[in-house]
Write a protein that binds this ligand. Sequence first.
Ligand code: ATP
Ligand code: MG
Length: 347
Amino acid sequence: MKNILILPGDGIGPEIMAEAVKVLNVANDKFDLGVELSHDDLGGAAYDRYGVPLADETLERARVADAILLGAVGGPKWDTIDPALRPERGLLKIRSQLGLFGNLRPALLYPQLAAASTLKPEVVSGLDILIVRELTGGIYFGQPRERKVLDNGERMAYDTLPYSESEVRRIAKVAFDMAMVRNKKLCSVDKANVLASSQLWREVVEEVARDYPEVELSHMYVDNAAMQLVRAPKQFDVIVTDNMFGDILSDQASMLTGSIGMLPSASLDAGNKGMYEPCHGSAPDIAGQGVANPLATILSVSMMLRYSFNEVAAADAIEQAVSLVLDQGLRTGDIMAEGCQKVGTVQ
Ligand code: ATP
Ligand code: MG
């Protein structure tokens, strides 16, 4: 039995999750996956129900589940509550409590959507990049962090960007393993010319590389990587980088593929337990209208079947189904093009 915890979240989360669960149920029947689903709340929905964005009982359910499928969290409704109880805190907490340090964010351009990319077709056609982002360390979690008022009355604030050798080693291994099953090419992105944490990052990545002699490793400073991603993105295959740089570069990469509504992600622990979610947020501006693109969440189901359960045939079938729907010219608003038919989740 595969126990999957469904956390629809807020905004468009419940709508896109309903579509993804339909696909998961069909795959379950067709491929005899033995999937069992349970449901709970995270983020604003959890705050409304439990008074906290991640309840202890939800965290416990997540711990015992084999995999977690998440919609998206947050929205203006919770903008004015205690910052410590904001929906996003629930997301950060579940990631760190479950040790989901390995964030995989593929940026793949479906040929049917080439016209939706922000770049020229010849620059992006065939684009297939995987960004491996460290998710539980670095500046988003580093202590100390503080805001204070100096003796002269001026306000100041600082954050801390810590990385230990073992944190870098384990994410580097995930990235090299991914490079091995793809095109044996890895680019590590850092800011080693300025940051001590990046100097350690580069050193440890070099050490891990000795165990992967077949992988061609390169290093790039993050500012250059940001530029290269829009200049010539196809030079990359697998990119590995820290939490903050990965956050920024993967949002940037998403626009190369047409719409953030197409991009799935996986967050993995040291075993093969994972949490799967679309890269986009809860899109409050379009929530409840039945116009959200559910494909990022459906593709997250495919990643779940592939990475947590090794159900390769079912994962491939879902990806092919997505491609088929695009071939048929069916489009949500975010990827709409001339000659296509507009669809939504509420007909
Ligand atoms: P977060 O902070 O949670 O990442 P965000 O502020 O970055 O959220 P998103 O919620 O990702 O923003 O939305 C950014 C824009 O993309 C919005 O205009 C939203 O409507 C659109 N968008 C996001 N997801 C989808 C989707 N699945 N289908 C269609 N449009 C989407
Ligand atoms: Mg965002």
